[in-house]
Structures are given as C-alpha cells and as structure tokens.
Design a protein around this ligand. Structure first.
Ligand SMILES: Cc1cc2nc3c(=O)[nH]c(=O)nc-3n(C[C@H](O)[C@H](O)[C@H](O)COP(=O)(O)OP(=O)(O)OC[C@H]3O[C@@H](n4cnc5c(N)ncnc54)[C@H](O)[C@@H]3O)c2cc1C
Length: 311
C-alpha cells in the first residue's frame, strides 16, 4: 500500500489518471483487502452512492497535497472574510448581504432582498454560487453548456457542532475518520484540539460531520434529532460527554461536495458561459484538487484575470 501511495504522490501525470476509476485502480494497486479495510469506507463516507464513480486523478490530488502542516485564521473564517471585505471596500467594492440572486441575464441581475425584488445592470457578472444554484437562475444557456452542468454531481453536508466544557477526544486527536461500517459517525473533528480553546470562550468544539445525498433524511432533521441519532456512537468514543455538553448547533450545506467522476477533465465547465458577459467560477472548476478555501482564493484570481483579459 505504501508503494502505491508513494507512486501517486510523486507522479506528476495526473491527466493520465483522469480516465481511471479510483476504487478499481486502488484495489488493483494495493490489494483488495487493504483497499476494502481502509480506503473503501473513506470513499463511502465522502461520496456515498457515488463512491464507485470517483476518478483516480482526484485521489492523486488528495495524496499529493496531504500534509500535517495546517493553518487556520485566528478567530475563524468569518474574521478572515471581514478583513477581505474591509480591504475590498477601500478599493471600491460594494457588498450586498442577505440578497439572493434569483435571475441572471446578460448584464442584468434580479435580486431578492427581504421579499422585495429589484433588477440591476452590470458590465460583467461572475456567478460564484454552486453550479446547481446557477442553473436555477439562468434560462438562456446553450444546450451543451447547460447539459454539461446538469450532469455534474454533488453531495450535501451536515455538520453538528457540539460545545463542551471539557475535551471530547481527550487524547488530543484533531480529526477522526470513523471507518467502522456499523457506526453512524463519519468524521469527528475536535476543532479545539487544533486551535486553542481560548479563542472560543474556553469551550471544546467538536464537529460531527456527514456528506449526504440531497434526499437524505439527515437534511430534514433538527439538531436534537441528529444528536439523538448519533448519541450511542458518540458515547462509545466518550461515555461522559453528555455531562459536559453546553449546547449544539446544526449547519447544513446543500451543495457542499462536488463529485469528481472518471473523465472529469472533459467536464470542467469553462469560466465563460454561453451567455455574453456572464461567467461561472466555483468548486466544479478546481479539479483535480478537492474543494477548499485555498482553491476558492486561487479561482478568484484566475477568474479576475480572465474577465480583465476579455475587456
Ligand atoms: C463542513 C465543511 C467543512 C469545511 N472545512 C474546510 C476547511 O477546514 N478548509 C478548507 O479549505 N475548506 C473547507 N471546506 C470547503 C470550503 O468551505 C469550500 O470549498 C469553500 O467555501 C468554497 O468557496 P466558494 O466561494 O466556492 O463557495 P461558498 O463558500 O459556498 O460560497 C458560495 C456563496 O454563494 C452564496 N449564494 C448561494 N446562492 C446564492 C444566491 N442565489 N444568491 C446570492 N448568493 C448565493 C452562499 O450564501 C455562499 O456565501 C469545508 C466545507 C464544508 C462543507
């Protein structure tokens, strides 16, 4: 298994891997037993019903970029976003929060702000919403561009955040992938085993995360229902955690994880859509890399250059 992973890590030829299926190739490279024991449960947890469709190039990218050197903005990503806003405003940017774009046409947006709808004209429009949201807001895409976008698959995510008086994974573990097929847990991530709890009112913060299909019952459940669902499995990891529980929050994201299927290179949508002056920039375009804030930032730079070039 080590040799197969080393081969992938040092191979620069990801394009050649694009047409290979990750699961089938890994089972051949590292042996079925090793694959079934370690990687298959991880593929299932990450991609659910699509786990057999993932491209080997996506897996290559995960191995290539694996590092123990992680970074996190002090105060969280919200503080980071606030800083970006401040800097951008000084350069003339205008932010409209709590505004939903409901229709995109060439040079024109229809925006909904607290039940009021208004239209506004722009020189260029860059949509950075998930592909499925973009598709809902446009009606005049060419058939080929639209069909390609429609064929892209994605998964939702639920994240149950537990606030505790004491650490949950008391051995200091930051990220625990649960590969036990009978467990209802997927990933248990103790954020405050990575970032000091002094930034969070001295509370221990634990994410209980799941990737799920868009019709999965978890997406309709409340935080209390999910906590009840996961309780027996959480108690196996820390039998006293309930005594320390201060509260829980539930976050849901409908289009959290794009699925990079075999042959995805030919499916990457172009920045330029078929509608004049309308561009698309989202996590479907960072392949072979997996979605992530780094890639979102890089994408921002790329799309800005593309738009300027077209002027
Ligand atoms: C549980 C979880 C944990 C993660 N942890 C990490 C991590 O630790 N590190 C990391 O690098 N990445 C992490 N990621 C991935 C990271 O969050 C994403 O890859 C990144 O946010 C993608 O950036 P984006 O700008 O493309 O999309 P998003 O951040 O999703 O931004 C899209 C924006 O569009 C807005 N929007 C949607 N529809 C409309 C509409 N109709 N009108 C107007 N606005 C709209 C949304 O409100 C949202 O603000 C995590 C993802 C999840 C789900």
């Amino acid at each position: 298994m080590g040799l197969s992973l080393a081969f992938l890590r040092y191979s620069p030829f990801y394009k050649k891997l694009d047409s290979y299926n990750a699961g089938q190739s890994l089972a051949k490279m590292m042996g079925r037993r090793g694959f079934e024991l370690i990687w298959k449960p991880l593929f299932l947890a990450k991609f659910g019903k699509y786990s057999k469709e993932v491209s080997l190039a996506w897996f290559w990218a995960r191995i290539k970029k694996r590092t123990t050197s992680l970074a996190y903005p002090e105060g969280g990503f919200l503080e980071f976003a606030k800083k970006l806003k401040e800097v951008s405003e000084k350069k003339g940017a205008i932010f409209n929060f709590n505004s939903e774009v409901i229709e995109i046409k060439s040079n024109y947006l229809k925006i909904k702000i607290s039940n009021k709808i208004r239209g506004e004209k722009f020189d260029k429009i860059i949509s950075t919403t998930p592909t499925q949201v973009f598709l809902r807001s446009v009606s005049s895409l060419s058939r080929s561009y639209q069909e390609n976008l429609k064929s892209l698959k994605s998964l939702a995510a639920t994240n149950l955040l537990l606030r505790l008086k004491k650490p949950f994974l008391s051995d200091g573990t930051y990220w625990l992938n649960v590969c036990e097929p009978k467990s209802k847990l997927m990933a248990v991530v103790e954020h405050t085993n990575f970032i000091d709890k002094k930034f969070y009112n001295n509370e221990a913060l634990v994410y209980v995360g799941h990737y799920v299909a868009h019709d999965h019952p978890y997406l309709k459940m409340t935080k209390d229902q999910l906590l009840k669902e996961f309780h027996p499995y959480l108690a196996k990891l820390n039998k006293n955690y309930q005594k320390n529980l201060i509260g829980a929050e539930l976050l849901k994201d409908l289009f959290a994880q794009p699925v990079m299927t075999t042959g995805y290179l030919n499916k990457i949508p172009s920045f330029k859509t078929s509608i004049p002056n309308v561009y698309l920039a989202n996590m479907n375009q960072v392949y072979p890399w997996d979605r992530g804030v780094n890639y979102a930032m890089e994408l921002g730079q790329k799309i800005a250059k593309e738009v300027i070039k077209d002027d």
